[in-house]
Design a protein around this ligand. Structure first.
Ligand code: ATP
Length: 212
């Protein structure tokens, strides 16, 4: 199963966790094979896309048999590094940040929020959802000590860039940015941007102009 990961298109790579989660459930329920049509129905990705994606993984479905669940699962778990836990920190323990601290990410994959930061004295030095909250002044020290590689950013938009600027030499390689700020970061840091307001607007636009 030696697959050159650089050949997997980014759009396909983004669907990997979705496939992984569903196949894990299938496997847990004792299912050994699955067709692209079944998968398509369950995860709402069209079956042609699924077949193309899976061909990048070296999984060739057989007509009348489908895909081998075990093969796919071991590929996904290897590719997604499921044997290793990625340590995550959250910055900004406001309404959204607090909700994330209570949300149990580890249920679905191996990411864990280890610690959180805030600038508000009233929010620091406590645990929320089992996660300790530190003052943002301790950011660099704690991130290095705890070997954090990913940050979830749920701060107000006007402080987002100055916080991102502090990440350069800390070992952080990824930011999940929930603020509307478009961040400028060095090449070794990857930013994924989730703007809930924009997503909602897009949905309403599509409902209006592309009715299903
Ligand atoms: P709340 O009502 O708790 O303030 P909110 O989500 O509406 O929630 P925001 O103004 O979006 O609040 O701020 C989110 C969080 O980011 C707050 O807890 C705030 O204290 C924190 N915060 C603001 N500035 C910074 C900063 N420079 N560093 C770290 N955290 C910050």
């Amino acid at each position: 199963m030696d697959i050159d990961q650089t050949k997997i298109p980014q759009a396909t790579a983004k669907r990997l966790p979705l496939y992984y989660r569903y196949l894990k459930n299938l496997s847990a329920s004792g299912k050994q094979r699955v067709s692209s049509a079944e998968l398509s129905e369950a995860i709402k990705v069209d079956s042609a896309t699924i077949r193309r994606d899976f061909s990048y993984f070296g999984a060739l479905g057989k007509k009348g048999y489908g895909y081998n669940v075990h093969y796919l699962l071991s590929f996904f778990s290897k590719t997604l590094d499921q044997d290793e836990t990625t340590k995550v920190a959250l910055i900004g323990v406001g309404n959204l940040g607090t909700a994330f601290l209570h949300y149990n990410f580890i249920k679905n994959n191996n990411t864990k929020i280890e610690l959180a930061f805030d600038a508000d004295e009233e929010k620091v030095n406590q645990e929320i959802g089992g996660v300790p909250v530190y003052h943002i002044n301790e950011f660099t020290k704690q991130i290095k000590e705890k070997d954090i590689s990913v940050v979830i950013l749920t701060v107000p938009v006007h402080v987002a860039q100055s916080i991102a600027d502090q990440m350069n030499d800390t070992g952080i390689r990824g930011i999940l940015n929930f603020t509307p700020a478009r961040l400028t970061v060095p090449d070794h840091i990857r930013v994924h941007h989730i703007d809930l307001a924009v997503e909602l607007q897009a949905l309403v636009y599509f409902m209006k102009h592309y009715p299903v």
